[in-house]
Design a protein around this ligand. Structure first.
Ligand SMILES: Nc1ncnc2c1ncn2[C@@H]1O[C@H](COP(=O)(O)OP(=O)(O)OP(=O)(O)O)[C@@H](O)[C@H]1O
Ligand SMILES: Nc1ncnc2c1ncn2[C@@H]1O[C@H](COP(=O)(O)OP(=O)(O)OP(=O)(O)O)[C@@H](O)[C@H]1O
Ligand SMILES: [Mg+2]
Ligand SMILES: [Mg+2]
Lengths: 266, 266
């Protein structure tokens, strides 16, 4: 399932959802059929894409509880953006499946719980050019399922000290999933989000980030801090649907998506 | 324990840690003895305040596991900032205590687990003018312990749609804790953080926020987006220790702290 991409960082608010949606918007603009899987119980991408948590009959929670392809098929719904973008939506009770990766997880879900998402999406994966998984701010069983299902991991960071602290634990989880479940998994790269206009601090953190992951792992261009991205979410629209105000940021996501597409295209 | 303040929002990255530390910095500048309790397994405030997770013999995880005052007393350490600011530090294994508030929690921790922090800090509380609790981006048993121990809850928000979605679940948890555990708990107010320089979107969300929580619940001044706040964290310093560059933001936290102090002073 080479087209499955997990968007991760256990640090809150770095822009996992914003980057997932920006890439989905760019995919849509290129005419690629895309699935967004929302693995965050807080359901932000579900909300922006127009999934309605309370009215949903089946969700990703049911998929993780059963591991069944038929459940995944029933849970996927079209987004409000376009026929090109579907969602596998989140609901609040997904939080119940975010238990420890060891110990309790076995009690609640039984064994082999970390590969349930992967099993469940195998039959629907061929219908999509791109599958993006929006992960929650944690490194528990939800993000682990996302990484076990993916062939590429994208780590989103902000150029600040508090955000960069998250990099090592994420890399360790990626290695651990690679060893235990999924030797197709690659760390595709690091996307820098919420880059401030100009700042000594951002430059310092960029260098520190480059020192930690290697300059080549950091994708260019960075995504700047732009209020239009928050406005697009508020309007529940794709950044490519925000007209002239959104066009420079949409262009940035086009470049990032082109880079991603080279890695995941068949 | 009228001086205990929980800083909450399950949405990631809104600035819970930044606001907790800004208020602690203002308390220090006023000469108030302050304790910061780090309830986030990712330990950002522990890190900034100079707690070293791997070398710590006892932490807030032990406090929550035992509910004992003697353990809390042993776990509290002075910060690197000043003799006026102490920390009850976090460690990564605190994540194991972040289980469901019902069901599994009983299995792992036994009953009455939500008031363990409160019990454990009762004897050390009188030593501090102010006690600030930095909560994680979730509404599980860690944040619940924080709210059950507090007399004031401060909700930190960003003026964006994705951040404001978090307000209703937080208010519901505060009400639930009030009913079940702690009738001293008040929603002190909402602190708006990462206010962009000027933006139609921020103005719209400000009005929406005011409509939801009431204009009087929103504290003034807002905390602007200022790179010096991220720099202070990177330098592991208080905002009041950042010299002239940090003085306008330090002044903002002085005003917010004055407002808080009126509510919590004996
Ligand atoms: N480049 C940007 N410019 C301006 N605002 C942004 C940018 N990226 C994200 N935001 C805003 O910052 C907030 C946090 O972003 P987002 O929710 O995408 O992060 P996240 O990593 O998914 O958070 P969580 O950990 O809670 O899932 C949102 O309100 C979003 O609209
Ligand atoms: N007003 C501000 N101006 C500039 N940067 C800020 C501001 N507030 C927070 N930040 C930066 O934004 C990032 C997120 O802030 P912070 O970690 O305080 O949020 P949080 O709510 O505690 O996140 P989490 O949910 O992960 O605990 C950090 O890198 C921080 O340094
Ligand atoms: Mg998100
Ligand atoms: Mg924090």
């Amino acid at each position: 399932m080479g087209q499955v991409v997990a968007v991760v960082n256990q640090k809150g608010g770095v822009g996992k959802t914003t980057v997932t949606l920006g890439l989905a918007s760019a995919a849509m603009a290129r005419g690629h059929k895309t699935l967004v899987i929302d693995l965050d119980p807080q359901g932000a991408s579900t909300w922006v894409l127009g999934g309605q948590a309370d009215r949903l009959s089946t969700s990703v929670a049911d998929v993780l509880a059963t591991g069944k392809g038929s459940v995944a098929k029933a849970a996927v719904v079209p987004s409000e953006w376009s026929h090109l973008v579907d969602i596998l939506p989140s609901v609040p009770r997904l939080q119940e499946l975010e238990v420890l990766r060891a110990g309790l997880e076995g009690l609640v879900l039984g064994t082999k719980t970390e590969t349930r998402l992967r099993k469940a999406i195998q039959s629907l994966a061929p219908h999509y050019g791109t599958i993006l998984i929006d992960c929650p701010p944690s490194l528990g069983s939800l993000t682990t399922n996302g990484l076990a299902a993916a062939s590429q991991a994208l780590v989103v960071v902000e150029p600040t000290a508090l955000s960069l602290r998250g990099i090592d634990p994420v890399s360790q989880l990626i290695e651990s999933v690679w060893e235990r479940h999924n030797q197709y998994l690659d760390l595709a790269g690091v996307i820098v989000n919420r880059m401030p206009p100009r700042s000594h601090d951002a430059a310092v953190h960029f260098d520190e980030l480059a020192a930690r992951v290697g300059r080549r792992a950091i994708w260019s261009p960075e995504v700047p801090s732009r209020v239009v991205l928050a406005e697009a979410a508020a309007a529940r629209r794709a950044i490519h649907q925000m007209g002239a105000r959104g066009s420079d940021v949409a262009g940035i996501f086009d470049k990032l998506y082109s880079k991603l597409w080279k890695l995941i295209k068949p």
